[in-house]
Design a binder for this molecule. Structure first.
Ligand code: CP
Length: 308
């Protein structure tokens, strides 16, 4: 393995200073993206997606193309030699010869970490099972910085599938490091945030955590409302999913008492959890959030390839 090689498996491996540098560079790029159009000329990004994706895959590909680089990869592992039984380790060993940096999404927790042990190029975790989704977190951080002016001292409501939602797990762990004032956890009993994560927060940070069942109970306190999809693909049986799938549907009526400058975020895709009528509210910024994903991924590629 190359000495000093840096991957992005989880943001716990990065200092708050390093995270802030990526977010700040993402913000700079968002103001004048054309200035960066030749930064990765001659470089190749491989996208290895063993699970479906729209935003993560295409924003990474668009990011590399907008930096002047090239892309290769698959969005269906069955079109590669994975269908013949090739392991993640062997696949990434070979891809290291063909690309300068690789992005991997995999249904198994830890697959990108394993890949990083077998490669000479930087590996980016684009989501591993119900575990982590660090580049969604960087996207969320850039969005919060851009729309709230700072990453610090917010009251953040997280609503929906807090058990399986990897975006929530990554975001909570990272925002705790930026002096979050309070997390409000809004979920059905069956989909509560894992106790291990609550314990970790309580043991390591001086912040308040409360749990409620209804958005309306708490909406006027929130600076940020982070909605999430119920993760159908992580349920062991369809009956349980059907019982919980419409636990939360955000409507105009439910946000009528919210602060004027509260922002509504969602990593997308949405299913039923935000009614289309909410899209026209100026506090609904989830589509701009997806746009921020492009700029922060441009920043991340530049950092990992050590491009100035
Ligand atoms: N937010 C997110 O990860 O979207 P995709 O699954 O479409 O990549």
């Amino acid at each position: 393995m190359k000495k000093n090689l840096k991957h992005l498996i989880g943001l716990q491996d990065y200092s708050t200073k390093e995270i802030k540098e990526i977010v700040d560079l993402g913000e700079k790029i968002s103001l004048s993206p054309k200035k960066y159009s030749n930064k990765c000329h001659g470089k190749i990004l491989a996208t290895l997606f063993y699970e479906p994706s729209t935003r993560t895959k295409f924003s990474f590909e668009s990011a590399m193309l907008r930096l002047g680089g090239n892309i290769i990869g698959f969005s269906d592992a069955n079109t590669s030699s994975v269908s013949k039984g090739e392991s993640v380790a062997d696949t990434i060993r070979v891809m290291s010869f063909y690309a300068d940096i690789a992005v991997m999404r995999h249904p198994k927790e830890g697959a990108p970490k394993l890949a990083a042990e077998y490669t000479s190029i930087p590996i980016i975790n684009a989501g591993d099972g119900g575990h982590l989704h660090p580049t969604q977190t960087l996207t969320d951080l850039l969005t919060i910085q851009k729309y709230k002016g700072s990453l610090e001292n917010h009251v953040i409501g997280l609503c929906g599938d807090l058990k399986y939602g990897r975006t929530v797990h990554s975001l909570i762990k990272t925002m705790a490091r930026f002096n979050t004032k309070k997390f409000v956890l809004i979920s059905p009993e069956e989909l509560m945030l894992p106790n291990s994560l609550k314990r970790y927060l309580k043991e390591n940070y001086d912040l308040e955590i409360i749990e409620v069942r209804k958005i309306e109970e708490i909406i006027e306190d929130l600076d940020i409302l982070y909605m999430t999809r119920i993760q159908r693909e992580r349920f062991f049986n369809e009956e349980d999913y059907l019982k919980l799938k419409d636990s939360y549907i955000l409507t105009k009526d439910k946000i009528k008492n919210a602060k004027k400058d509260m922002i509504i975020m969602h990593p997308l895709p949405r299913v039923n959890e935000i009614a289309y009528e909410v899209d026209e509210d100026k506090r609904a910024i989830y589509f701009n959030q997806a746009k921020m994903g492009l700029f922060v991924r441009m920043a991340l590629i530049m950092k990992l390839l050590e491009v100035e």
